[in-house]
Design a protein around this ligand. Sequence first.
Ligand code: NAG
Ligand code: NAG
Ligand code: NAG
Ligand code: NAG
Length: 286
Amino acid sequence: MAVKFTVLAFYLLFIRFSMTYKPVVLMHGIMTGSASMELISHRIQEKHPGTIIYNVNRFESWSSLETMWHQVMEIGQDIANISAAHPEGINVIGYSQGGLVARGVIQTFPNLTVDTFISLSSPQAGQYGAGFLHLVFPSLVKDTVYELFYSKVGQHTSVGNYWNDPFHQKLYEAYSVFLPYLNNHMTSAKSDDFKSNFLKLKRLVLIGGPDDNVITPWQSSQFGYYNTNETVIELYNQDIYLEDRIGLQTLDKTGRLHLVTVPGVNHFNWHMNVTVVDNNLLPYLD
Ligand SMILES: *[C@@H]1O[C@H](CO)[C@@H](O)[C@H](O)[C@H]1NC(C)=O
Ligand SMILES: *[C@@H]1O[C@H](CO)[C@@H](O)[C@H](O)[C@H]1NC(C)=O
Ligand SMILES: *[C@@H]1O[C@H](CO)[C@@H](O)[C@H](O)[C@H]1NC(C)=O
Ligand SMILES: *[C@@H]1O[C@H](CO)[C@@H](O)[C@H](O)[C@H]1NC(C)=O
């Protein structure tokens, strides 16, 4: 009887361990905080008990408007520490702006152990739309806001750092200090590192969908973007992919890139929708 019980206990222990994911880091979106990521956290714990979750609580609410590089450097320190504690590997999930901060961290910090990165409706190729703009600046107009964002002052806010106006690309290149560099659209001393660090990922999952209504164009969640006449060009026809500027083509050719398109989800529901968590997040966690 005792032996049988011991065998059963070991069996249950084995099941429990085999269902535990590597630690998961959650990065919230703009104008919110870690509380907004609790549903994802709870669902992971419920389905995969024992999984360690780090829910980033820096840069919540108004401080989410601090510059992208500042957020990347601060949160990068945290993720570097988490990596040092977990050489076996970690997962990172970033929602909305948080997915762009997380990508900045992954491309910038050399010694991370991030195996899987899931970008949940993040403006990876930039943003040019009233929806996002008006979350924070209700009175600004998208056609003319470049005059503010493409200036030294305008670059002091996160949204300005990834505002990508298709009609003012020369100013974007001249003033934007974040996105053109992170995307190796503009080269810098860090360009090689940005690519080689990104290529350490075992899995990159880019989730977005046509009913998002905030990320504009929604394809930016998968590195698609407007050309200079406002036609959306998908990832596979973008220079960032064709010239493999940050490694997206290599990740794709080696089976590590997953583009996931989910209709019927508004921007504010991605992280609140259990179906999305079950169908589109959990299957990719390591
Ligand atoms: C990272 O870990 C080091 C050493 O354990 C510690 O001194 C430092 O405060 C930690 N930094 C953060 C951002 O947690
Ligand atoms: C990364 O790891 C290498 C080798 O251990 C070390 O020399 C370097 O200082 C680390 N870099 C950072 C930014 O932690
Ligand atoms: C806009 O760009 C697309 C794709 O490059 C091209 O097919 C189309 O002819 C262009 N339209 C105009 C009005 O220039
Ligand atoms: C939840 O996600 C599913 C797709 O996975 C979608 O069909 C449904 O409309 C979403 N519900 C809400 C409230 O966003």
